[in-house]
Design a protein. Sequence first.
Length: 69
Amino acid sequence: MTKNIGSMDKKIRMIVGLAIIAWGFYAKNWWGAVGLVPLLTALINWCPPYALLGLNTCGVKTSTDKENN
């Protein structure tokens, strides 16, 4: 897994994830568990959809980026 989440993206994901989890606790339902997805992707610095689409917000060049330049 190559890091594909930048610092600003990471902060936004953490805030959104925690907000969804907090809403789930407040509403007393399991939909708050959806907040684990952005939170976990922020913690591991890797997003599967970004990898599939070739997106990268971290600004670090990967080996494939270096080959294309």
